[in-house]
Write a protein that binds this ligand. Structure first.
Ligand code: SAH
Length: 236
């Protein structure tokens, strides 16, 4: 069988764009975004809700203009202030592990660009997200507002304290890695809740899932090795 001609490949790409564009919002990145979602699915994320939301969230709009063309590569990208927008596969995996649902109140530590918060905002009731770097908190708040994610509250502050006024939370997600999960955050998790966090120092971090049963007992399981930016130490 002969290799397909380049003309045929271009025609196929255009056809794919025409077929997929109306389903994905039709922006210039819709084909790349669809490819990203297929890769995430190939890597084992199966939750239809998670895949739907990864398809619907415009990751390029959470990045500075010079990085937007790389938004749908499956890798973390720098957003300044030693922070990264997380790798799409890891965002999807953490979202799936969290099992968010419409009535849930979710606490996120490490707002960064706001992308993970935007993904969760489409699956849960309300997202409370804390970012320690003031400039990142400000820009994420603005991006989320411009894109219409009205159920996300961004607070600039130290994630080690959690958000006691709004606790308990049905779901807690950390997107910066502490050496061990802060007890304050476990205390702010509701009975029956789930917490997902990268834990440990760079080079030996793992993604941990904690489930708090109805009787208050905690079940902990390690899922995969990961490499998140370290959580900045508690301010005293
Ligand atoms: N969820 C983000 C990825 C964030 S990277 C996204 O989707 O883009 C981790 C973020 O955690 C960084 O922005 C970093 O500034 C923030 N961070 C680090 N230590 C923190 C702390 N103690 N409290 C709150 N945020 C913290």
């Amino acid at each position: 069988m002969s290799a397909p001609s380049s003309k045929r490949l271009i025609c196929e790409a255009i056809l794919l764009a025409i077929v997929i564009a109306p389903c994905t919002g039709g922006d210039v990145f819709s084909v790349q975004r669809e490819q990203m979602v297929r890769l995430i699915e190939d890597r084992g994320v199966r939750s239809p809700d998670t895949l739907r939301v990864m398809r619907a969230t415009l990751r390029h709009l959470f990045l500075p203009p010079d990085l937007q063309s790389r938004a749908y590569e499956d890798r973390p990208l720098p957003i300044g202030y030693d922070a990264n927008i997380s790798q799409p596969y890891i965002v999807a995996l953490m979202t799936e592990l969290l099992e968010p649902a419409k009535p849930h109140r979710v606490l996120e530590i490490g707002t960064g660009s706001g992308y993970q918060a935007a993904v969760l905002a489409q699956l849960a009731g309300r997202i409370y997200t804390i970012e320690i770097v003031p400039a990142l908190a400000r820009s994420a708040r603005q991006t989320l507002r411009l894109l219409g994610y009205s159920n996300v509250a961004v607070r600039q502050g130290d994630g080690y304290r959690g958000w006691p006024e709004e606790a308990p939370f049905d779901r807690v997600i950390l997107t910066a890695s502490p050496p061990e999960i802060p007890q304050t955050l476990i205390d702010q998790l509701a009975r029956g809740g789930r917490l997902v966090a990268p834990v440990g120092r760079l080079g030996s971090q793992e993604l941990v899932l904690i489930e708090e049963k109805a009787d208050g007992t905690l079940h902990r399981r390690s899922v995969v090795p990961v490499a998140f930016v370290p959580m900045k130490p508690e301010l005293r």
